[in-house]
Design a protein. Structure first.
Length: 387
């Protein structure tokens, strides 16, 4: 009996030991499998490219950019080849870079957006202009616009300019690109009305010359202007200026060298003397107050100390040898023929071939114009009529 029982006990223990061994083997196999799986996962993970890109992948048109600007981090590799981005055209751009992962070089692609969010740059020569009444102006010709897109930018103008309406006028320039970006610039134009009592101011004349009124006296490009529109105060002037007299003497000596005699008939004339003369022509001579010969006191060039009547005060002087020589040569000595024939509508005065005005510098030659005299009114773009 007992031997048989031991046999069963032994068999049972053997089975239990085998099952335990099997369980251990199974656990070992599971652990090995897990290790293999983890290793495989690690290999796969390390074989992938892990790149973090910036959130805002936009770049302004026509700016320098490379793909690396949009890469924040490369997790398991490094950038070995960067590429420039073509930003000359709006829209999406494909960026392809080369990343080294381990010993392998791989391509990685992403997209960026080329945009235009910048307004054009609008420039103008002047944002505030003082212009004499009657002065046309092409505001658009004084403005220009550029844009980062490189396209040609049109400029439009809002508002209207009335050159004959004294006062302040405001215009707006608008420059817009094809992306809808806009730049605006206001332009203020002060239209200066010509009046008998103009305040101190500066402005551009109708021909673009710089005029200044100070203490009631007008100068244009620094040259004193006296005509029927612009006068002098009663206290202005005392005598012929030294520069005028010295230049006349040089001219007279040059004429004498050719056997011609130039002498003065009228030099400086005061405000009071002009008042008497004006009264004679407008009342006693019966011509009326607004004729060519009647020049109001304060509006005679003789009060400037820069004007001289030469030899005679009749138009016959123009046909004399001295008159012809004076007409053709006075500019060489800084003088101009102030009231040329055929220019009465410009000067507001009758033709006076004997009346010369000293200016000096280069302007007299320009006004001589090869014998076809240009008036100060025409050249400077100013009126000469009683206001």
């Amino acid at each position: 009996m007992f031997p048989r029982r031991n046999k069963y006990i032994f068999s049972y223990k053997k089975k239990r030991r085998a099952a335990a061994i099997k369980r251990v083997i199974t656990i070992i196999l599971i652990v090995i499998a897990v290790i293999i799986a983890l290793f495989a996962a690690l290999v796969i993970y390390n074989s992938k490219i892990h790149i973090s890109l910036v959130d805002n992948r936009k770049i302004e048109i026509n700016t320098e950019a490379t793909a690396s600007q949009f890469i924040e981090e490369i997790g398991n590799g490094r950038l070995v080849q960067d590429v420039p981005i073509d930003t000359t055209v709006l829209g999406k751009k494909d960026c392809k870079v080369k990343i080294k992962v381990g010993e392998e070089i791989r391509d990685y692609s992403f997209t960026v957006q080329v945009v235009d969010t910048q307004a054009p740059e609008l420039t103008i020569e002047e944002t505030s202009m003082n212009l004499m009444e009657g002065t046309p102006v092409d505001v658009l010709s004084k403005a220009s616009a550029t844009d980062n897109s490189g396209e040609e930018i049109p400029i439009t103008i809002e508002g209207e300019y009335d050159e004959n309406a004294p006062g302040t006028q405001v215009l707006k320039l608008v420059a817009a690109d094809s992306s809808g970006n806009k730049a605006e610039q206001e332009v203020t134009i002060n239209v200066i009305g010509i009046t008998a009592d103009m305040p101190d101011t500066t402005f551009l004349t109708t021909t673009g010359h710089k005029a200044e009124v100070k203490d009631g006296i007008l100068t244009v490009d620094g040259i004193l202007i006296v005509n029927k529109s612009f006068g002098l105060p009663e206290s202005y002037g005392e005598a012929l200026t030294s520069g005028t007299w010295e230049s006349f003497q040089k001219m007279a000596n040059a004429a004498a060298g050719q056997g011609l005699l130039l002498d003065t008939v009228t030099e400086f004339r005061s405000y009071g003397e002009q008042a008497q003369l004006y009264n004679y022509w407008s009342v006693e001579a019966g011509e009326g107050p607004n004729t060519m010969s009647a020049v109001k006191p304060g509006h005679s060039e003789h009060q400037t100390g820069l004007a001289i009547d030469v030899n005679s005060t009749t138009t016959d002087f123009a046909d004399t040898a001295e008159g012809k020589w004076l007409n053709d040569n006075c500019w060489k000595y800084g003088f101009i023929m102030r009231y040329p024939k055929g220019k009465e509508d410009q000067t507001g005065c009758s033709w006076e071939p004997w009346h010369i005005r000293y200016i000096g510098g280069e302007l007299p030659e320009k006004l001589y114009n090869n014998g076809d005299w240009i008036t100060l009114e025409e050249y400077f773009g100013i009126p000469s009529k009683y206001l």
